[in-house]
Design a protein around this ligand. Structure first.
Ligand code: GBH
Length: 494
């Protein structure tokens, strides 16, 4: 009998060991766990209470086929009306904090600096934030998550230098109206996607295709807007409010295809064109040298009177440098990268300015998003790279998560979280990377941009066919709660 029991116990241990290679280390006490959403993806109420149209309202209404199944965020998860339920979910999950974003066109419906503030918009975010605080959940607020007021797009959008002033006015308004409650601010979510997808490849609203030109102009204005918001906080609010400000930058890991100098250089170049495009200015004061050198040279050869990569003045460089209290990283996936022959000089695009060959491995597990492969070791490499490249900053992981086609028994999502968190924990405890927060994307299924509602990232499922938009926890929600309470990824930890 005892013998049989021993055998089956050994078998069980072997099976559990096989199922995961996750570390049995324990998350340190200071490490915090959160979950994230973004305004356009969850709120709905697109034209209620004096909110004006934003670029996503506009593109989904004007060109319904822009999104899978002609869907839009008109109602989404209806979080505008159901925020108390959202907070109850966060409480049930047991997270330390909630990352959510504010809808600019709810706060400044006319968009332009100096125009009236919408008190009902402010009230919504004060109510949501107070509800979080009453439930012991810390707010982590994204000021801008891709939903530019349409009026600002009508004057050219982010490539227009005026946007710096309009954004600064909006950001100051938030510090003034919410800064007594909110102590952690993120100026921009994934600015690379705003600029490259919005104005480069057209994959996101406003859908403009001017790669290699408009994406660089967009970034130039956006970085100045970020710096201005940071300085406004510093000069007018920090002393009384005591908060911190940063920017969310996304990157894949680019794994060199070989150890050759050329492939190592290609990997570094890809990281500099991706994470470095935004991080280098705010940490070191300018675009990465490899971007300046390559884009300047190609522009000249192409007959441009000046570089397609705009220049900062000396004052601007100084103004932008140091505008971060921590670095934030969104990380999901990995590609292989290798050096390639110089691209045709007649092609004008970000891709040919970067000029590397990338691909993914067929053996990597896929997800419901074509760009998302399950490569847990990639996040550990990204964290080490960010830490080493930018002087060992405090790092928040502001997004990480897995997409599927739906269902409550989401074992592949549990596997993703287990394996990625394991690599993060090893980066912290074995590599000495200063990561202090981990944010799961997403709290619940929501409007996944051009994929509409066909792709699901949530820990909670939302029934989009039911007008009440009921939420139901998936198995991954229970797993995440267990990780947060035990601070451990496997059954027993050291
Ligand atoms: C985040 O972006 C967003 O912040 C969030 O709103 C979104 O819902 C979530 O992730 C899930 O998508 O097609 O190969 O050119 C994710 C990072 C980077 C993913 C750019 C799509 C395009 C890669 N994104 N990427 S590709």
């Amino acid at each position: 009998m005892a013998y049989k029991f021993l055998i089956s116990t050994l078998l069980l241990v072997a099976v559990v060991k096989e199922a995961t290679s996750a570390t049995n280390l324990t998350f340190p006490d200071y490490f915090k766990f959160g979950a994230a959403t973004a305004s356009y993806q969850v709120e709905g109420a697109w034209d209620e209470d004096d909110k004006s149209e934003n670029i996503w309202d506009h593109i989904t209404h004007a060109t319904p086929t822009y999104v899978d199944e002609n869907d839009n965020g008109d109602i989404a998860c209806d979080s505008y009306h159901k925020y108390k339920e959202d907070v109850a979910m966060l409480k049930e999950l047991g997270v330390d904090y909630y990352r959510y974003s504010i809808s600019w066109s709810r706060i400044v419906p006319h968009g332009l600096a100096g125009t009236p503030i919408n008190p009902v918009g402010i009230e919504y975010y004060r109510n949501l934030t107070q509800e979080l605080l009453d439930n012991g959940i810390e707010p982590l607020v994204t000021i801008f998550h891709w939903d530019t007021p349409e009026i600002l797009q009508d004057i050219g959008g982010w490539p227009n230098p005026e946007l710096e002033e309009h954004y600064a006015y909006y950001a100051r308004t938030l510090f003034e109206e919410l800064g007594d409650l909110v102590k952690l601010w993120l100026t921009f979510n994934e600015p690379k996607q705003t600029c490259m997808q919005g104005y480069g490849d057209g994959e996101k609203a406003p859908g403009i295709k001017a790669s290699g030109v408009a994406d660089y102009k967009c970034t130039h204005v956006l970085l100045k807007a970020h710096a201005k918001a940071y300085h406004i906080y510093d000069e007018e609010f920090r002393a009384t409010q005591n908060g911190r400000v940063g920017m969310v930058i996304d990157t894949e890991w680019f794994e060199p295809a070989s150890g050759s100098d050329q492939d190592l250089e290609a990997s570094e170049r890809a990281l500099q064109f991706t994470y470095g495009w935004y991080a280098n200015p705010i940490v070191n004061g300018n675009y990465p040298q490899v971007m300046i050198d390559r884009i300047d040279a190609r522009s000249e050869e192409q007959g441009y009177p000046e570089s397609r990569l705009p220049k900062f003045t000396d004052e601007e460089l100084e103004y932008i440098q140091g505008t971060y209290d921590f670095l934030a990283v969104n990380q999901y996936s990995t590609s292989y990268v290798e050096w390639q022959e110089e691209a045709d000089i007649n092609v004008i695009s970000y891709g040919s300015d970067l000029n590397v060959h990338t691909w993914t491995d067929d053996s990597w597990e896929s997800s419901a998003s074509d760009w998302l492969k399950v490569v847990p070791w990639g996040i550990r490499k990204v964290l080490n790279w960010v830490s080493k490249t930018y002087k060992n900053p405090e790092i928040f992981i502001t997004e990480n998560g897995y997409s599927d086609a739906g269902g409550l028994e989401d074992d592949r999502r549990i596997n993703y979280y287990t394996e990625y968190l394991s690599n993060i924990l090893e980066a912290v405890l074995e590599d000495g990377v200063n990561v202090t927060r981990y944010t799961a994307w997403s709290l619940m299924d929501n409007f996944e941009w051009t994929d509409g509602y066909t792709v699901k990232f949530g820990l909670y499922s939302v029934d989009f066919d039911d007008p009440e938009r009921p939420r139901t926890p998936k198995q991954s929600a229970a797993y995440y709660t267990k990780v947060i309470t035990t601070r451990c990824l496997v059954d027993t930890c050291e």
